[in-house]
Design a protein around this ligand. Structure first.
Ligand SMILES: [Zn+2]
Length: 687
């Protein structure tokens, strides 16, 4: 094979050229003349037996270059490097997209020798970024505190990572760098386990940016002919500092190439879920049916049975201890069985959802005793999950999910994951090694969800993990939506949406409006829909936050006050008739800075969804507690020479405005505190 002297990855505005001969170096990586990779950039890196090997390694030989088009607009370039001293090959893959300055890169390392080789690090992206003044934004994550912004000047080495074994526990696998305030780059590791993004200061004042699998507690012993695939890293470059531009590229490529589809998921159904009002202790088939009846009348489209349906019927037991026993139905609560509830829900014209924590094994689970081969352990102690890196665990999980979907006629599975696997399984009888059990678990989990979607193409898969502790672009390719967080009080919810929407499109996100918590204690989860003090503007504010993405309720429906139920019906109607097509197709603009759940940062939150032809958009504005009464909200996609009709959805207000005025923003001075409006903006062409 002849190797071209220049390998061109270029896509539209992205200039990306690698020189292969006579010397190897990164010739060009820039957008709009802003360069993001110095010539000596490693592009990728592995460590094997203590030695680092990247694209600049003198003993590496470029053996082959292969360019393919997996789908229209997608170009995959594969560079096969050979490392003769250890008889390894490293395949470096770059995926580029027409019309985007977003790339994905990853590596596959294969052992062609006769001796095993121990790999201890896999970086799917390594760039030497130039000396400059950098600002960085990343997010911390924890239960009920996802998407906590951390922004500051890059000064010295920085390491972002998780070691919890799930991607957004501790930190989210995403960051954005601003260079001299004039250009920006965003990086996201598309991986659900332990990941790392590192910035190591270089002698020239620049940084080495590396991203991929976390090397902590990781090693793969590659037997002859064995290979290992590293997590993908997605990265976006731009020659302006707009975070919206970067976020929109993640969303555009996600919608077009990454997110899976199912007819029900694509319909963006309005959901009711039983959990917060009833939890496990107060749910039973009578209560569920009573809610289904009301949900159907209110226009909801899916009803989901959350935890509490499985395990022993003894009231002294707790569901958490029996996760894994999906063959047992709690017959005290559900004497007619789960299928009867599904059938009842279907008879009311709605879809049926079921919660399942398929990877988990509670401490009393019979499944672990009956199938010891599926149990993930470390130093022989059970880790509380099914190792999907083992054939036995994978098959058990597949058969279990397949049976639940079939037997219970489930249209939707809420996949939860309420534990930290840490470094993961180190068993050596699972088909993986002692150091790559977690890596193999996640490759197995992705394969499992793919196989379930292939076998049940109608089924909707929701990704949840103690709320939002496993939100990443790896699972976004396997599930139809990510659930953002367990709590959902308004400021928390707005903070989450603002953050999550810098990585995922709004239609890839689910979070309900302010829920009615019947039992769990949380200082901010105080919403009582039956309170006589509740006002319409409060209710609108709570509910419209939930309408920014996939929309649902976790409230007791039969006990709603009549005016509250009527108002919800209005919101559901607006969502179905108007809002959800903006959520599904609109380009999202964050029009304010991120509000914080602690009452600081921005006290207004505004989001605008612009449809492709720009003739229509939806502007959602929220005035948070503590906000000043007046604020000008930026409005995009306005032509100064046109007239616009503004329709306040659900509020009986219509107004015409000149584009020449609207282009300067929308002046808000009559929003209640707190309050929310959703405004449909339409160009009047005849103006
Ligand atoms: Zn294992």
């Amino acid at each position: 094979m002849t190797i071209p002297a220049q390998i061109v990855f270029t896509a539209d505005r992205l200039q990306f050229v690698y020189q292969s001969a006579p010397a190897r170096f990164l010739q060009n990586l820039e957008v709009g003349e802003v360069g993001w990779g110095m010539a000596d950039s490693g592009l990728f890196a592995i460590e094997v037996d203590g030695e680092r090997i990247d694209a600049m390694h003198p003993d590496l030989v470029l053996q082959a270059v292969n360019q393919t088009t997996p789908a229209v607009g997608q170009t995959q370039t594969q560079l096969t490097f050979a490392y003769a001293p250890l008889q390894l090959t490293i395949d470096f893959f770059v995926m580029t997209y027409a019309g985007a300055t977003l790339c994905e890169s990853w590596i596959v390392v294969k052992n062609h020798g006769s001796a095993p080789q121990t790999i201890t690090r896999l970086d799917s992206l390594v760039l030497h970024i130039p000396s400059a003044s950098y600002d960085m934004l990343h997010y911390t994550g924890g239960w009920g505190s996802e998407f906590g912004p951390v922004r500051g000047r890059l000064n010295g080495d920085v390491r972002l990572e998780t070691r919890a074994g799930r991607s957004s526990q501790g930190m989210h696998p995403w960051c954005t760098l601003w260079r001299d305030g004039r250009s920006a780059m965003s990086v996201s590791v598309a991986w659900s386990g332990n990941w790392a993004i590192r910035l190591d200061e270089q002698n020239d004042g620049g940084f080495e940016l590396s991203a991929g699998l976390n090397e902590w507690a990781y090693f793969s012993v590659l037997a002859p002919n064995q290979s290992v695939t590293a997590p993908k890293v997605a990265w976006v470059l731009n020659d302006n500092p707009s975070l919206n531009d970067l976020a929109q590229q993640y969303a555009m490529i996600g919608r077009k190439y990454w997110y899976p589809h199912a007819p029900l998921a694509d319909a963006m159904p309005v959901e009711w879920n039983h959990w917060w009002t009833y939890e496990d202790r107060a749910i039973n088939e009578e209560v569920f049916r009573a809610n289904v009846d009301v949900a159907a009348k209110m226009g909801m489209e899916v009803c989901a049975l959350d935890a509490g349906w499985f395990g022993p019927s003894d009231p002294g037991t707790h569901w958490y201890d029996y996760r894994g026993d999906w063959h047992n139905v709690n017959t005290r609560r559900f004497p007619s069985g789960i299928r009867a509830l599904a059938d009842y829900t279907h008879e009311q014209g709605m879809a049926f959802g079921l919660w399942c924590e398929i990877e988990a094994l509670g401490r009393h689970a019979e499944a672990a005793k009956q199938h010891p081969a599926i149990v993930a352990t470390r130093h022989t102690a059970p880790l509380g999950y099914v190792c999907l890196g083992s054939d036995a665990g994978w098959q058990w999980a597949y058969d279990t999910l397949d049976r639940l979907i079939t037997d219970y006629a489930a249209d939707w599975i809420k996949l939860d994951f309420n534990l930290d696997p840490g470094a993961g399984c180190d068993r050596t009888d699972h088909g993986h090694g002692a150091g790559d059990g977690l890596l193999c678990h996640y490759h197995g989990y992705y394969r499992l969800l793919q196989a379930i979607r292939d076998a049940h193409p109608h089924v909707v898969l929701e990704n949840c993990s103690s709320g939002g502790l496993r939100i990443d672009l790896g699972l976004a390719r396997q599930t139809h939506m990510a659930f953002l967080s367990d709590p959902d009080w308004p400021e928390h919810s707005l903070q989450l949406f603002w953050g999550a929407a810098t990585m995922l499109a709004p239609d890839a996100l689910l979070h309900w409006g302010f829920c009615e918590w019947g039992f769990a204690d949380h200082p901010q989860q105080t919403f009582d829909p039956q309170s006589t003090a509740l006002t319409v503007s409060q209710l609108d504010y709570y509910t419209r936050i939930g309408m920014l993405r996939r929309f649902g309720f976790s409230q007791g429906l039969p006990t709603l006050l009549p005016w509250v139920a009527d108002r919800y019906v209005q919101h559901i109607t607006d969502y179905k008739n108007t809002i959800r097509r903006f959520v599904k197709y609109g380009v999202l603009h964050h029009q304010t800075n991120q509000p914080r759940r602690d009452g600081t940062l921005d006290r207004y939150a505004a989001f605008q969804y612009v449809l492709a032809d720009s003739a229509e958009s939806l502007l959602a504005v929220f005035r948070l507690p503590g906000a000043k009464p007046r604020r000008v909200i930026p409005v995009t996609a306005i032509e100064p020479e046109l007239q616009y009709q503004l329709t306040w959805l659900g509020d009986n207000r219509v107004q015409t405005m000149a584009g020449a005025d609207l282009v300067n923003g929308l002046y808000c001075d009559d929003l209640p505190e707190p309050g929310a409006v959703m405004i449909l903006i339409r160009a009047i062409r005849s103006a």
